[in-house]
Ligand binder design. Structure first.
Ligand code: FE2
Length: 317
């Protein structure tokens, strides 16, 4: 397979403060160079007998392939980011306001990130992350750094070749010129396409799909707010013996003896119960409590999830 050249998208003669000479040099030498390298590497990979290729040779080629491939992708996005009047569309302004506080706040971070890369090199990329349904400003010190699962919609090239012909070492003036030339209607189109990308399928523990669960962050917020929640650590006895600690704010109860201790609980206040990871033991305990008429839920993720969000624990008394 050969990668195809994409034509230059912006009209270089219409850009304010960025000369056609700069854009042409960038497109022909740097984008074109990456594309030529990518195709040469691809041809070399296609000719390899992988069973006889040393690991260091394959590592080197695959690394260079990634560098060249991302360089072509980011450069195509860079040229497609230019050619407008620098004013965000209403839809983008709303999305930026939602995810960054305001358009000005987004812009101040994006520009500061560009300026921070001056004197070095890299990219500043506005990316949509389907998992969270939000936009992020992403830093990249070189072509291969990217948010896993992110969809880039706007890219600022901070390699020196992107500005030295027009601006010398004055990278700040280049960043300002870039911002004035952003084609926000094109960014908007890419954002609309990105919004159609489904988030990754949710990570559910299917066997207890219909049992009401509650997220760890939510439980922590209830406890922090002093709400009257009955918080039960129902890990098996051997788990507690192994870790020698219990979750702060929780009371340990033996899940084997739920019928014995449930009478000590109040039916008017909610019960949150958890086990090690949030699978069988916690769920079965919650089911037993619900069958007895308690407002019980299991905490998704269990003890491990609590530790993972930095929740505190205390030694077993
Ligand atoms: Fe570049």
């Amino acid at each position: 397979m050969r990668y195809q050249l994409k034509p230059i998208y912006c009209r270089p003669w219409t850009l304010l403060g960025l000369s056609p000479k700069l854009i042409e040099s960038h497109y022909e030498n740097n984008y074109g160079g990456a594309l030529r390298r990518l195709n040469a590497i691809t041809a070399q990979l296609e000719s390899l007998d992988f069973a006889k290729t040393p690991g260091y040779v394959l590592n080197g080629l695959k690394r260079e392939e990634l560098v060249a491939l991302n360089s072509t992708l980011l450069h195509e996005l860079y040229f497609a980011s230019l050619g407008g009047d620098g004013r965000p569309t209403p839809a983008l302004a709303e999305a930026l306001g939602r995810d960054f506080g305001s358009v000005d706040r987004w812009k101040s971070e994006f520009v500061a990130m560009g300026n921070a890369l001056a004197g070095g090199s890299g990219w500043v990329v506005l990316s949509y992350v389907p998992r969270d349904g939000r936009l992020v400003n992403q830093y990249a010190a070189e072509h291969t750094q990217a948010v896993a699962g992110g969809i880039p919609i706007l890219a600022l090239d901070m390699f020196e070749h992107a500005y030295h012909i027009d601006f010398g070492a004055n990278a700040k003036a280049y960043v300002d010129a870039f911002m004035r030339n952003i084609d926000w209607s094109a960014v908007d189109g890419r954002h609309q396409d990105a919004l159609k990308v489904e988030p990754p399928r949710p990570l559910v523990q299917k066997e207890f799909g219909d049992l009401p669960g509650v997220g760890i962050e939510e439980v922590k917020a209830m406890l922090d707010a002093g709400e009257p929640v009955q918080f039960i650590d129902a890990r098996p006895r051997h788990s507690v013996s192994r870790t020698q600690d219990i979750v702060e704010g929780a009371t340990w109860r033996d899940p084997e003896r739920v019928q014995e201790w449930m009478g000590e609980l109040s039916k008017s206040d909610p019960v949150v119960v958890f086990c090690v990871y949030g699978f069988h033991v916690g769920c079965k305990t919650a089911i037993a409590l619900r069958e007895a008429g308690f407002d019980a839920k299991y905490m998704k993720g269990g003890y491990s999830g609590w530790k993972a969000i930095g929740g505190s624990t205390k030694p077993v008394a």
